[in-house]
Write a protein that binds this ligand. Structure first.
Ligand code: KIV
Ligand code: ZN
Length: 495
């Protein structure tokens, strides 16, 4: 197998996204997680851009041992000096310098010409090599740079000492066959010495993963990616997609150092810390990535998971696939769920229950286990936990305090708590009463329409003893909806 190096830029390209900014402590936590995940390079920031970015690179360099720590610069001497300074504690360090090479960048950004840009690129690489042995050069907007000129730039920076040359499709413009051909052209026309080419693809046309894989197939040996694909505009290539694509297509002969079983937990951590929900249908890490809802698929999966699953969910750290009962589910899925609920039925009983199930599923989107039990005439096990009342104080200049009364199997309990916001206060109060180890793994609040009188839908995934439980609620009061969703999830594991 040939090794493909994984360069993670969640903390640089990903962190540039409005609303995703992290403080140094949070960045260190993510960097340590990336180290456990097995990335080869962590791009930790753009140190000249702010004292905060500079400081984060210093602290990440101290906290992380194995991955190379990389700092971004423009092809400007001051940037390079500051980057070198920020990396002083890194055990392995890389400066990532570069300049725009497309005609549009040369003319509009630099008011320059092709020859001058090559000179500036060479000068920057040589200057960076004075400070570190590992220098990566990026040819910004390489996706729209003419291949012949790009090859001249790449040859010049390799000669100047670049160890890695990054070919960014900065605007996400290329098709996979074009990006692949670009990499091949460079491999065929540049003497790369011991240097390697890197992919860095953006998602503007939804091609980032396909372009990255095309780059690898044509000779790139480093991939630049972010967790959950976060990044400028539509985002960057996502780590989980590229790694799992290479792993699933072993026949291609490429390998990475990623411990894939840590993918899901890393995705959750990044999503939570960066306030960026993962879309439910996101490949590999979305809530529905392993959920089967159509009857034909459910039947196949129940006979043999390989029929509709190319990845074992456990390989990415997801405990199991899920069969979601809907109006499109077949008899096999219903029977399997009944068996899981401890109900054995013969063929004729199943037929009768299935008819009732279809009638119910036509009127109700979310079929719960209690509904299934009711269909077979079993005693409906009442939800054990119900909210008697919830009172929350919050506001600007006020402490966030919540008091809650819960009915648990007919008994009344009360608790109060403070928190960093009203939801945190209310859920902390609930946790005081239920006293179970729980971690909220996903917390998504969505407005249905747009007005201030809108209903907020809350989806929540709660982890308890290594299992994930899903809770949902909708309410005009989003604090109440959040607590209801939490209790909906908890009710699935309390005995
Ligand atoms: O997209 C891009 O071109 C970049 C470079 C700075 C590497 O992020
Ligand atoms: Zn980028």
């Amino acid at each position: 197998m040939e090794r493909v190096y994984v360069f993670d830029t969640t903390l640089r390209d990903g962190e540039q996204v409005p609303g995703c900014q992290l403080n140094t402590i949070e960045k260190i936590q993510i960097a340590k997680e990336l180290e456990l995940l097995g990335v080869d390079v962590i791009e930790a920031g753009f140190p000249i851009s702010s004292p905060g970015d500079f400081n984060s690179i210093v602290e990440i360099s101290k906290a992380v041992t194995w991955p190379t720590i990389c700092a971004l610069t423009r092809a400007v001497e001051k940037d390079i000096e500051v980057a070198a300074e920020s990396l002083k504690y890194a055990k392995r360090k890389r400066i990532h310098t570069g300049i725009g090479t497309s005609d549009s960048h040369i003319k509009h950004k630099f008011n320059s010409n092709r020859e001058e840009i090559i000179e500036r690129a060479v000068k920057a690489v040589k200057y960076a090599r004075r400070f570190v042995d590992d220098v990566e050069f990026y040819a910004e907007d390489a996706g729209r740079t003419d291949n012949e000129y790009l090859a001249r730039v790449v040859q010049a920076v390799v000669n100047a000492g670049a160890t890695v040359v990054n070919i960014p499709d900065t605007t996400g413009y290329c098709f996979p066959h074009q990006y692949g051909a670009k990499i091949k052209y460079l491999i065929d026309n540049v003497d790369m010495k011991n240097s390697i080419l890197s992919t860095h693809c953006h998602q503007d046309l939804g091609m980032a993963t396909a372009n990255t894989i095309a780059g690898v197939i044509n000779g790139a040996r480093q991939v630049e990616v972010t967790i959950n694909g976060i990044g400028e505009r539509a985002g960057n290539t996502s780590l989980e997609e590229v790694v799992m694509a290479l792993k699933s297509h072993k026949d291609l002969g490429y390998d990475t150092n990623i411990n894939t079983q840590k993918i899901y937990s890393t995705s959750r951590l990044v999503s939570t810390m960066m306030n960026m929900p993962v879309q439910p249908n996101k490949a590999i890490v979305g809530r529905n990535a392993f959920a089967h809802s159509s009857g034909i698929h459910q039947d196949g999966v129940l006979k043999n998971v390989e029929t509709y699953e190319i990845i074992d969910p456990k390989d990415v750290g997801v405990d199991e696939n899920s069969i979601v009962l809907t109006a499109r589910s077949g008899r096999a899925a219903l029977k399997s769920r009944l068996n899981l609920l401890g109900v054995e039925v013969d063929e004729s009983e199943l037929e009768v229950i299935y008819e009732k199930f279809l009638a119910l599923a036509d009127t109700k989107k979310d079929i719960k286990d209690e509904d299934i039990l009711q269909l077979v005439g079993k005693e409906y096990v009442k939800r054990r936990i119900k909210i008697d009342y919830l009172q929350v104080t919050c506001g600007i200049g006020l402490r966030n305090v919540a008091s809650i009364g819960l009915d648990i199997a007919g008994e009344h309990f009360e608790a109060s708590a403070t928190g960093n916001g009203p939801v945190d206060a209310a859920i902390t109060a609930v946790k005081k009463i239920i006293s179970r180890e729980t971690t909220i793994q996903e917390f998504l609040i969505q407005a249905i329409n747009r007005g201030s009188d809108d209903v907020g839908k809350v989806h929540m995934q709660v982890e308890h003893k290594g299992m994930l439980y899903y809770g949902f609620s909708a309410n005009t009061d989003i604090v109440s909806a959040s607590v209801e969703a939490f209790i909906d999830a908890v009710n699935k594991f309390v005995e």
